[in-house]
Design a protein around this ligand. Sequence first.
Ligand SMILES: Cc1cc2nc3c(=O)[nH]c(=O)nc-3n(C[C@H](O)[C@H](O)[C@H](O)COP(=O)(O)O)c2cc1C
Length: 315
Amino acid sequence: MFLKKNSILLAPLAGITDPVYRRICRRLGADAVVTEMVSADGLHYKSENTAKLMVFDESERPIGVQFFGSDPERLANAARFAHERVNPDFIDLNAGCPVAKVVRNNSGSALLKDAALFGKIVKAMSQAVPVPVTVKIRSGWNTHDWVDIKFAQIAEENGAAAVTLHPRSQTMMFTGRSFWERIAAVKQAVSIPVIGNGDINNAADAMKMFAETNCDAVMIGRGTLGNPWVFAEIKSALNGEPFTPPSLQERKTLIIDHIRAFRELHGEQRACGEMKKCVAWYLKGLPNASATRAEIFTSSSSVSIEEIICRFFGF
Ligand SMILES: Cc1cc2nc3c(=O)[nH]c(=O)nc-3n(C[C@H](O)[C@H](O)[C@H](O)COP(=O)(O)O)c2cc1C
């Protein structure tokens, strides 16, 4: 497998897993990361803002660039373009996104409605580049009307190097629980590696997913927010070693580093807007944090967010 057995991957999260966050997660133990989804149509129309989403730092490797779209030729061209321009370690096809503006264009999880088109896309992308092409799917469009086995098999037949399964339906969006037994079923049905995804929040969850599904790797999204140390926690569990949670000093240092690196990469306007929710995630669950979180949301600059953080930690 192009990823080590029992790898722990950071999931693509649009608007969140930017280069700064991916670097943090790699440093804290993520074995691989994926860019947020990049529009193949956007690249076709030469959008520089779209192309920017593919950019990463060498320290983020191994990294995959993820594309969404519905046209086999555009997706193959996007894969080729990414290979030539940024040379990622793998390329991922998004066949799982449930949001309206994506499925409206027959992309994301809408691909799960058209097996022939899905096969054509995977084949075109796999043949376009010398690096592995992976696919990320949901279990189906309607709950219990599962097509995950069929689509994982089609992906394998058409050259995919691995399949990530988020076992929810499109109609569930992000509600309810993911059906981990679907990951076990897909693992039994294909020979390519299966990456299990959905509702992992800590090491116990990850170990449970490995044990219950026999998946080759796990991918974590929301469970990393405010807690990128979850990767180190899972690594320790896999190695049978005790895990020491981050000290307040480590937590504070990471928050400040995150804000500064984000500001340097994206500028003050975005830093002030986007760091508020991000810092609030880091403070979640800490004693007496709610007033501080409220104060952060009224900040008018990222520097004032830093000041509030320093005051909160008191050192
Ligand atoms: C805010 C947000 C943005 C997301 N963006 C993407 C994306 O760009 N590409 C993708 O394949 N999945 C995306 N997802 C889905 C996640 O990658 C993941 O499959 C899902 O959140 C389930 O995993 P989790 O329970 O570990 O979060 C997104 C999810 C959220 C909540």
